[in-house]
Design a protein. Structure first.
Ligand code: PSU
Ligand code: MN
Length: 301
């Protein structure tokens, strides 16, 4: 893979990479499709501040005018946040056409991993990853994020996966694809809004240094890795409340016939509406926690 002719690094990101200083990548679909305006832009800004506080350069990624951008200006972040769901949500399959047609798009975990790897960025913080959707045994709706994790040498820090997905099948798929999933100070997979799920993990780490050491090997092996960082207990949601909201949102999506790449954004917005904004507060808190951990991993790499 050589995408360097399509890359556009911000001056700050280019300098940090040239000098071998730590950089953390962040995605933009979480801004355009994952949260409402203006909290989306405020969160993106807060993520960049958390990075800088740790001495790490933030590289928020997107596709603008057909360029693979790493490091965005405030104006570009605001554009993505205001445009919201009207901007294309880009995964691996969309990249060639977006570039050849000079278009704009927000990047998912999969597309952001591609940009990060092309730029030489090894650590990437997000909220939740895409996964195997409930009912995938008939819909075959499995996020391209999972295949990307198997092939692209980037460490993705997330808060586990939302139970809008089938968590057990998501873990089975990651195992088949050879993706290491490391719990950060936890032995079970966190479930995004809550810190725990019944699913036991094979690996856990107590320090960012341990994760960085494994990442060095994984890069040589030739694939990505997933770090699951539980939401801080202060912000963790009530289990019954979030379960009810998710069940309700999944049923409503089915009733409305929502499918394909519209599914995840629809469910996120519906859950936020049903929980009267408390899921959004949790979402913002866990993203910031993931950025902090990603910055620590990048620092020890
Ligand atoms: N899960 C979340 N929040 C998100 C997403 C997933 O909890 O914002 C976004 C990410 O950008 C992820 C994408 O890469 O949705 C996955 O979409 P799909 O399931 O269509 O592959
Ligand atoms: Mn899908």
């Amino acid at each position: 893979m050589n995408l360097s002719e399509y890359l556009q690094l911000s001056p700050e990101v280019a300098l940090a990479l040239r000098e071998g200083r730590p950089v953390v990548a962040m995605e933009s679909t979480i801004i355009s499709h994952g949260m409402p305006y203006p909290q989306n832009v405020e969160t993106a800004q807060a993520c960049q501040r958390v990075c800088r506080e740790q001495g790490v350069t933030p590289a928020t990624c997107a596709i603008l005018d057909g360029k693979l951008c790493a490091g965005l200006t405030d104006e570009q972040l605001d554009f993505l946040g205001r445009t919201g769901k009207k901007i294309t949500k880009a995964s691996r399959r969309d990249i060639s056409l977006l570039i050849s047609q000079g278009m704009h798009a927000a990047t998912t975990v999969a597309a952001t991993m591609i940009i990060a790897a092309a730029a030489g960025i090894r650590v990437f913080a997000t909220g939740g990853i895409g996964g195997v959707h409930r009912g995938a045994e008939t819909s075959m709706d499995i996020s391209a994020d999972l295949d990307e994790l198997s092939r692209t040498p980037v460490c993705v820090v997330c808060a586990g996966a939302k139970s809008i997905l089938d968590l057990q099948l998501t873990m089975e798929y990651l195992e088949t694809k050879g993706v290491p999933v490391i719990g950060y100070r936890t032995r079970v997979l966190p479930a995004f809004f809550t810190a725990t799920s019944p699913i036991e993990l094979n690996w856990c780490a107590d320090t960012p240094e341990e994760i960085a050491a494994a990442l060095r090997v994984q890069i040589q092996l030739g694939g990505g890795m997933l770090v699951a960082n539980p939401i801080h207990p202060t912000y963790s949601m009530d289990e019954a409340e979030i379960r009810a909201a998710i069940e309700n949102a999944v049923a409503e999506a089915k009733r409305l016939g929502i499918s394909g790449k519209a599914t995840t954004p629809y469910l996120l917005a519906k859950i936020n509406e049903l929980t009267k904004g408390s899921s959004l507060r949790a979402n913002i808190a866990l993203v910031l926690g993931n950025v902090r951990l990603a910055a620590q991993i990048a620092n020890s790499l």
